[in-house]
Design a protein around this ligand. Structure first.
Ligand SMILES: C[S@@+](CC[C@H](N)C(=O)[O-])C[C@H]1O[C@@H](n2cnc3c(N)ncnc32)[C@H](O)[C@@H]1O
Length: 295
């Protein structure tokens, strides 16, 4: 097995950073070294420098994508960080539905950036469907709702874009089938309403699945979903260095509608990185709202 020299490691580290923003500090450098060794073996290349040459070549595009996939951490779960979701459900959605209703704009766009295997965007879709149903219990529509009641009552249009840099997690997400273990954080009322039991798996019901659109997006690029009301980007930024985090926050600002919200992971924060967002904190849940410059 070829030895990885410091110079080769630096080259590969810089390439990974340039391609996807992931930064491997001292705590995570062994993980990078291990994954590089595995890819080198798989590709049957004789040195890390040759592997680097392959990655930057036209023919190496697929291998570069495979390496990046191998470097991502895909841990996720349904209803992750309950306090934050409570804030999203009870405060943020309530605020957005009221504002939108008043301006007769019946569209809601949410982006789950770094969605992994789909538990996050499907959780958001369930919460939005419930919040809309509850909103219309208190503010009835001016017409009789058709029966059976649609999941999303017209004239509302919900668009949840869920994106990731890894094609393999996106494939799993698109299938929307989860085992008992993955369902452990989904309570029975949600299981009954939004999933079909198929053998030993739970399949996301078609009506809920239709609210979520999966797509490949690399957060390092500028080509990202626009005009969102809410962005969830949880447990992604923690793998970037400060400079990349700042660039990403600026992109989020541009990808949001005025007064839109960003949710980041509980080990992440926007504090000290930007003055374009203000913190919203309720009952242990935190979000950040876009600050509008008043003219
Ligand atoms: C730890 S998972 C978080 C999943 C989910 N947001 C949650 O909090 O449960 C991080 C995800 O971010 C994705 N990711 C990492 N770097 C990315 C990048 N540059 N662009 C898009 N997605 C990225 C990974 O592929 C992975 O699926």
């Amino acid at each position: 097995m070829a030895a990885l020299t410091d110079a080769e490691l630096k080259l590969l580290q810089a390439l990974v950073y340039q391609e996807c923003g992931m930064h491997f500090d001292e705590r995570r450098i062994h993980f990078l070294q291990d994954r590089l060794q595995r890819r080198l073996k798989e590709c049957q290349v004789d040195s890390f420098y040759s592997y680097y040459r392959l990655l930057i070549s036209q023919e190496g595009k697929d291998e570069l994508a495979r390496l990046l996939e191998n470097l991502t951490v895909n841990e996720t779960s349904f209803f992750r960080n309950k306090a934050q979701l409570e804030l999203f459900h009870k405060y943020v959605l309530e605020d957005l539905l009221r504002r939108k209703h008043e301006s007769r704009d019946y569209s809601l766009r949410i982006w789950s950036a770094g969605c992994s295997t789909g538990q996050e965007p499907y959780t958001l879709a369930m919460l939005v469907a419930d919040a809309l149903a509850y909103y219309y219990l208190r503010n009835p529509l001016p017409y009789e709702m058709p029966l059976p009641k649609p999941l999303i009552p017209g004239p509302w249009r919900i668009e949840i874009t869920a994106s990731d840099i890894s094609y393999s997690v996106l494939r799993v997400a698109q299938q929307g089938a989860y085992n008992e273990n993955q369902m452990s954080t989904v309570d029975y009322s949600y299981r009954l309403r939004y999933f079909d039991k198929v053998g030993d798996h739970y399949a996301v019901k078609k009506a809920l699945k239709e609210q979520v659109h999966f797509d490949f997006h690399n957060l390092k690029t500028e080509y990202l979903p626009q005009r969102n009301d809410v962005i969830f980007c949880r447990n992604v930024m923690m793998y970037f260095d400060e400079a990349e985090q700042k660039r990403l926050i600026d992109k989020f600002y541009r990808c949001l509608n005025p007064e839109g919200y960003v949710f980041v992971g509980h080990a992440e924060s926007l504090l000290g990185l930007t003055d374009k967002f203000q913190m919203v904190h309720r009952n242990s849940g935190t979000a950040y709202q876009r600050v509008e410059i008043k003219s």
